[in-house]
Design a protein around this ligand. Sequence first.
Ligand code: FES
Length: 104
Amino acid sequence: MTKITWVLKDGSRISADVADGTNLMAAAASANVPGIIGECGGCLSCATCHVYVDEGSLAMTGTADGTEDAMLDATDAPRQDNSRLSCQLIAGPALEGLVLHVPA
Ligand code: FES
């Protein structure tokens, strides 16, 4: 299990222990995190699972590349250096304690 925390627009937090191997879009849906839609079901074609990685967690996730990098140009909220598509982040020991911010 991997502890993940989502910070909502109003500053409140939702945390969940996520089964390793689960993508963090699906995990957000299971944890009832508002604002992460996941319209394409995680097949990297909608960009509605956009999140901002907390500055303190950036070393855990690295940066987007390939198709994810291209899809980040299609997000509703402005793309930032710490933008990721959460369906491409997979729970596991490397992401223990990860903090994600939900875009406005
Ligand atoms: Fe569609 Fe992530 S859920 S790109």
